[in-house]
Write a protein that binds this ligand. Structure first.
Ligand code: F6R
Length: 267
């Protein structure tokens, strides 16, 4: 696991976006795994700027979102499909028919999960998966106790997650308590995983993820088993990490080595 500690959320967004731009330039038909929530919004703004500056094109890109609330349709203002259109897809040249979000209004959600898995497989798998992290270290909607080998399925949200996401819903609006989410096993099969976290309220989840034991009670800790996982965090989210100086030194050494190798990324 590579841990990159940066000054603030702006630097985190720029660093994350640069990795995605590099990936798409290297493979224009990349399959992206995408996330919603507050954290990736600034990175999506960076990707939109890169597109507008003609630095990158999404015309051949395919994408799969991590999750969607169960019980709301695509066109619901709080659906993750609406979020993705608003925060990214409407502003770049991606073909929306190449973008997949789990169907929150599926008549048969169990079957819909299997179909989602098959679609990922049929595309040759996800090249690079973006993740945020919950305060309880969930990734996607894989709440603590999720099996580390889990696949796309219906999950019950914890009260903590429901409370954290209540800010997106009006006071009397229906807020789903269930979601369809890629599993931890699905996420681990992505060739590269990029996790972004900013702010002090993510510090405990980050130290558990990076320096705690690998356990289903800290879903993001499964990334310790991934061969190319990059955790990009600001100083606030890094505040509980031990050996912060070592991570910073390692990043400097990696950058030096990468430059000398023509910008080939060191995992
Ligand atoms: C969203 C998702 C969630 C969020 C997490 C953090 O698609 O899968 O795991 O990444 O809840 O959300 P924010 O960024 O709002 O703190």
């Amino acid at each position: 696991m590579k841990v990159v500690i940066l000054k603030d959320a702006t630097e985190v967004a720029k660093y994350g976006a640069a990795i995605f731009v590099k990936q798409i330039k290297r493979k224009p038909s990349s399959v992206l795994g995408l996330a919603t929530g507050s954290t990736p919004v600034a990175m999506y703004e960076e990707l939109i700027s890169a597109y507008k500056n003609k630095d990158v094109s999404f015309s051949e890109v395919k994408s799969f979102n991590l999750d969607e609330y169960l019980g709301i349709a695509d066109d619901h203002p709080q659906s993750y499909r609406s979020f993705m259109n608003k925060e990214l897809f409407d502003h770049v040249d991606i073909d929306k028919s190449n973008t997949e979000v789990p169907p929150g209004d599926a008549e048969n959600p169990i079957e819909a999960c299997d179909i989602y898995e098959r679609k990922i497989f049929d595309c040759g798998g996800i090249d690079i998966q973006l993740l945020g992290i919950g305060r309880n270290a969930h990734i996607g909607f894989n709440e603590p106790s999720s099996s580390l080998g889990s696949r796309t399925r219906v999950k019950t949200l914890t009260q903590e997650t429901i409370d954290d996401n209540a800010r997106f819903f009006a006071k009397d609006e229906f807020q789903p308590h269930l979601a369809i989410t890629m599993g931890i096993g699905t996420i681990l099969e992505s060739k590269t995983v990029v996790l972004l976290a900013t702010g002090e309220n993510k510090a405990q989840a980050i130290v558990d993820t990076v320096q705690g034991p690998v356990t289903a009670h800290c879903p993001a800790s499964a990334l310790q088993l991934h061969r190319d996982a990059i955790v990009i965090i600001d100083e606030a989210a890094a505040s509980l990490l031990k050996n912060k100086d070592f991570f910073k030194k390692m990043e400097q050494e990696n950058m030096r080595l990468e430059e000398s190798l023509g910008n080939k990324r060191i995992v």
